[in-house]
Write a protein that binds this ligand. Structure first.
Ligand code: HEC
Ligand code: HEC
Length: 406
């Protein structure tokens, strides 16, 4: 217990120094009862690695230790404060892909715009003709559990929707994976060599190693052994010479991967409150649970605490057509412009505590309340969202109480 408290404290102290300028974003305190930012049950040696990863996650980068020259933010923790949902301050922009045949703007700096640059470099600009989408940071707590869900379970969830009367379908995002990725032992690739991906707003990233390598590269301009190059500005392709060793060491990199893998799942509050329980029933009855799956089970994981665990993320890890209102004209993998990964709902009620007292929901934070988020559900989710609108005030309020308990 003592070790956990130490880790949480160090996260808060490092986090506090990063956010000194915008302290209203800070949670008033990280409550170990919420699960956020604390580790699953680990051995002493694993706790040391987790603590190291925590420090690296929140450490500020500067030009002197590898930041940039083009970047979006200066640490993982500046976008993933408290390991819950992010703030529009650190929203990032992806561009250059409007169908499933790949990104047409890789030679113009795609797939991500770095909106910050070191002094002496020209600001990046969106190339003419590129469609784009803006992504706000999703919750990172519980990521290791999502990673350990076997492909077979994801395929089974997709198959179970085949005859869904509400018109819910959903499919895994099959995407190419980089050569540095070792596929899971139980992976079920498609005949064309594409794999089921699961992380990110469009579920286009394979696993947490790829997620962390891309974050260092695209979000911070920091080279790693996996991605030993920097993003560039197509209007000014000069870049400083690459350093002889990666700007994030392999030790630090692996510790950060371990940190996100071992983050505890958010803990539901007031689960026994009758209103919360009634709200949970309403959630199931009106078809929210078809996509926002309450119970998933992990397969084998070398980390004991993640192995064969049933947990409640409220996602099916599939991408769904969410209708014209959420069509950004931007694709990844085989997720089309209207398709988004079912957002996990865990940690929802804790989000305002790290978003300055308010909500920024959906992939780009455009929904400012839970009700607004539901109203934006179109396409496959339209029937379910329509039922929400027809609920009695009592049922609606119980449903919202339930969602805020997550
Ligand atoms: C500029 C803000 C920003 C920074 C910096 C950043 N992230 Fe993220 N992170 C995001 C966004 C946005 C996404 C969603 C990406 C997508 O949709 O492809 C994401 C996704 C993730 C996810 C996957 C969550 C899920 O369920 O899909 C993990 C894990 C993660 N980030 C960890 C990290 C780590 C570790 C670092 C530092 C090495 C980092 N991030 C740096 C914004 C950021
Ligand atoms: C067809 C699948 C589907 C159904 C049915 C569905 N959702 Fe969603 N939900 C999604 C997807 C996909 C997203 C993410 C959209 C985005 O990123 O823009 C989402 C996002 C959300 C969010 C925002 C979460 C966040 O962290 O930003 C909330 C809240 C939500 N759904 C609640 C509900 C409720 C309540 C219902 C039932 C009335 C419901 N959903 C039905 C697919 C679904």
């Amino acid at each position: 217990m003592k070790k956990k408290t130490t880790i949480v404290m160090s996260a808060m102290i490092v986090g506090a120094s990063i956010f000194a300028a915008c302290s209203k974003l800070l949670p008033s305190a990280i409550d170990p009862q919420n699960g956020l930012s604390s580790p699953v049950d680990l051995s002493n040696a694993q706790n040391v690695l987790f603590a190291h990863g925590n420090d690296v996650f929140f450490a500020n980068r500067t030009a002197a230790n590898g930041l940039g020259p083009y970047f979006v933010a200066i640490s993982c923790g500046s976008c993933h404060a408290s390991d819950n949902r992010g703030h529009p301050f650190t929203m990032l922009t992806r561009f250059g892909q409007s169908d499933t045949t790949g990104n047409k703007f890789l030679n113009k700096g795609g797939p991500q715009l770095q909106n910050n640059n070191l002094p002496g470099y020209l600001p990046q600009q969106m190339p003419p003709g590129a469609t784009s989408s803006r992504f706000i940071a999703p919750i990172t707590a519980g990521s290791g559990f999502l990673e350990a869900v076997p492909d077979s379970a994801i395929l089974a969830m997709a198959a179970s929707n085949a005859n869904n009367a509400d018109g819910v379908r959903g499919h895994p995002n099959y995407n190419s994976i980089p050569s540095y990725i070792t596929p899971f032992a139980n992976a079920i690739p498609r005949g064309d060599g594409k794999y089921i991906c699961r992380f990110g707003r469009k579920a286009s990233t394979y696993n947490l190693v790829q997620q962390v390598a891309s974050a260092y590269n695209h979000d911070m301009g920091i080279t790693s052994s996996y991605m030993p190059f920097n993003p560039y500005n197509y209007l000014d392709q000069t870049l400083p010479a690459l350093p002889s060793s990666p700007e994030v060491s392999d030790d630090d990199f692996n510790a950060v991967v371990f940190y996100v893998q071992c983050l505890q799942t958010p803990i539901q509050r007031n689960a026994n409150d009758p209103t919360v329980q009634h709200g949970n029933q309403v959630f199931n009855q009106i078809g929210c649970e078809t996509c926002h799956k309450q119970a998933l089970t992990t397969g084998y994981s070398p980390i004991d605490a993640l192995s064969y665990q049933t947990f409640s993320p409220f996602t099916d890890l599939l991408v769904h057509d969410m209708g014209a209102g959420l069509d950004d004209g931007y694709t990844e993998g085989n997720a089309l412009t209207t398709e988004w990964r079912t957002a996990p709902l865990w940690g929802l009620g804790l989000a305002p505590g790290v978003q300055g007292g308010t909500y920024y929901l959906m992939h780009d934070g455009r929904a400012r309340s839970i009700e607004q988020a539901i109203q934006m559900h179109g396409g496959e989710a339209a029937t379910s969202a329509g039922r929400f609108n027809n609920l009695s005030n009592e049922d609606k309020s119980a449903l919202l109480t339930f969602l805020k308990s997550l």
